[in-house]
Unconditional design. Structure first.
Length: 291
């Protein structure tokens, strides 16, 4: 493994008053490290947590829209239409998760996340104008496809910035932000449904349109604000970048990723521990997701 210090980006980084050259003892180094990681926390966690809250809201607001009149207008109560529209989302969501993350490094964090968020936001807006349940089902398929790579990409991005014992704390903070924000989604949807009749649109349509527009807006913000991977970032100075890379390299030796090959992919897919964790997730999510 090549030392991370020799692989630092050569381009100039944002200037900062802190410098490793000015650190004379372990105490000052710890202060420098805390300051650097706090800067990373503030840059990553709040926005990623809010984007995940938007993802949860956009995939679950179907039930609220149904109560607000969509069931009557699109005939979702006929046969199994509502069940089809609700569950068909997960087919592309499952299929496209792995392929979307295989290209994450090539496309870059900002491009991938911004594309996903803006795309599903546009689909969400389109759901406010569908005239039939069949087109609504098509929109749900597209929604699942565009959201597929979002959550695993965010988890992967967070792990590239922190050592192993820090990751769980950051993921917990990320979840807290998303759950707190998403907790107001039903109230917000009810307020939006009161716009029914404006411009000839029913209340349920306004839920999709406005929440989709908010998603598109924050997708654009994400493109400007979310940093690239640690070895490609521009918001830290050279000393701070070196600190982040050195910490990860010392912790697990992968601050600079190696090339993905088919052999490596199948080696990990055949690891029994991965499938055990998949089973845990399945049994934990099913009771809470079907209440």
């Amino acid at each position: 493994m090549i030392a991370s210090s020799s692989l630092l980006p050569s381009k100039a980084h944002t200037q900062d008053t802190s410098s490793l050259a000015d650190i004379e003892n372990d105490g000052e180094r710890r202060v420098f490290e805390r300051k650097t990681m706090r800067k990373v926390d503030l840059r990553l966690l709040p926005l990623l947590g809010f984007l995940y809250a938007l993802a949860l809201i956009d995939r679950t607001n179907l039930g609220v829209a149904r109560i607000a009149g969509m069931d009557r207008d699109l005939g979702l109560s006929v046969g199994s239409r509502y069940s089809i529209v609700s569950s068909i989302y997960f087919l592309p969501y499952i299929i496209f998760q792995l392929p979307s993350n295989l290209v994450l490094r090539k496309l870059g964090e900002r491009n991938t996340l911004a594309f996903c968020v803006v795309s599903w936001g546009l689909v969400q807006i389109a759901m406010g104008f569908v005239p039939s349940w069949g087109l609504l089902a098509l929109c749900r398929v597209l929604l699942g496809a565009f959201e597929a790579g979002f959550f695993p990409a965010m988890v992967f991005i967070i792990t590239t910035w922190y050592v192993r014992h820090e990751v769980q704390k950051r993921l917990a903070a990320f979840y807290v932000v998303s759950i707190f924000t998403g907790g107001f989604s039903a109230i917000f949807a009810y307020i939006l449904s009161l716009l029914g009749g404006r411009h000839g649109l029913p209340g349920w349509a306004w839920i999709f349109i406005i929440e989709g527009a908010i998603t598109v807006l924050f997708g654009m913000i994400a493109w400007f604000y979310i940093p690239e991977f640690p070895d490609q970032n521009t918001f830290l100075n050279d000393d701070q970048t070196k600190l982040v890379l050195d910490r990860v390299e010392h912790d697990r030796g992968d601050s600079i990723p190696d090339e993905m090959t088919g052999r490596k992919l199948f080696e990990h897919l055949l690891d029994w521990k991965i499938w055990v964790y998949c089973g845990f997730a399945l049994f934990l999510d099913n009771p809470t997701g079907h209440v």
